[in-house]
Design a protein around this ligand. Sequence first.
Ligand SMILES: Nc1ncnc2c1ncn2[C@@H]1O[C@H](COP(=O)(O)OP(=O)(O)OP(=O)(O)O)[C@@H](O)[C@H]1O
Ligand SMILES: [Mg+2]
Length: 292
Amino acid sequence: MQVVSISSLKGGVGKTSVTTGLASAALAAGIPTLVVDLDPHADASTALGVSPDDQLDIGRMLRSPRRARLADNVVPSGWVEHARINGSSTGALQAGAARSASSPSVLDVAVGSAYTGIYDRPDLGRRDLRRLSAVLAGAENYELILVDCPPSLNGLTRMAWSASDKVTLVAEPGLFSVAGTERTMRAIQLFRQEFAPKLSPAGIVANRVRSGSAEHAFRLSEMESMFGELLLTPHIPEQANWQQIQGAAHSIHHWPGDSAKNAAGLFDTLLQNLLHPNGLATAGSVRDRSQR
Ligand SMILES: Nc1ncnc2c1ncn2[C@@H]1O[C@H](COP(=O)(O)OP(=O)(O)OP(=O)(O)O)[C@@H](O)[C@H]1O
Ligand SMILES: [Mg+2]
């Protein structure tokens, strides 16, 4: 099991979009995945099309982590049903289900709520920082856990980092975002020394890249020289229909049209590069597990 936090100091750069893009790729590949929606705005839960019943949201699970039974309180993403209806990744779904017999679906969500906000303080103590790790002690059925963080380095993001194996940062190729990424990278190093020696920066995803923009090209080359191999490939371009897809609570892999298909392929490769950094994949080289 790998726990990956998706973070940034800056708001609106695409953390939730990258989280859901990776979740979509994981679903298509049949990787049993849990998305933890740690942002009090709960955008990831909305985009993942969850319909909670009487399950506890993640804020309430964090309040009593030892008593919170994660397996009873996760909610399947509505995307699983779309995938079943569309049938395109049925094989992958079955492959995933077979490998996680006790898991009700391949893509589950620990649903976000404003309640998590009580932990988003700058002075969260060591004991509180371990709350998410304690909740995730019941998550061994998943191969991948993606934690969507709020846009700050306060308690919730630090709680996510202490439960994570890797942190992925998201940045737009603009001056302020690049500077924010550098500050966040330093914060990860400090946090690691003090609280989480095994935590590693998985890399930086450049999002909303405009191919014709000279400024974006300049900032990308600046990021390459600043961060080297930590700048992950592929970069995610500005996608015209992204808001429409998110508004419909659909996964990118089940949205019609060539541009969605192209974006889905980029997230397949990004997921592969994130999970297996030494076997770098190039766009188009990643196949669905069910086809192997
Ligand atoms: N690659 C993209 N192409 C087009 N629009 C995008 C892209 N990535 C993100 N967006 C849009 O930008 C907005 C912000 O994205 P998102 O909510 O993913 O950012 P965030 O970092 O999670 O924000 P917050 O800090 O508020 O949590 C959303 O409206 C989203 O649809
Ligand atoms: Mg977000």
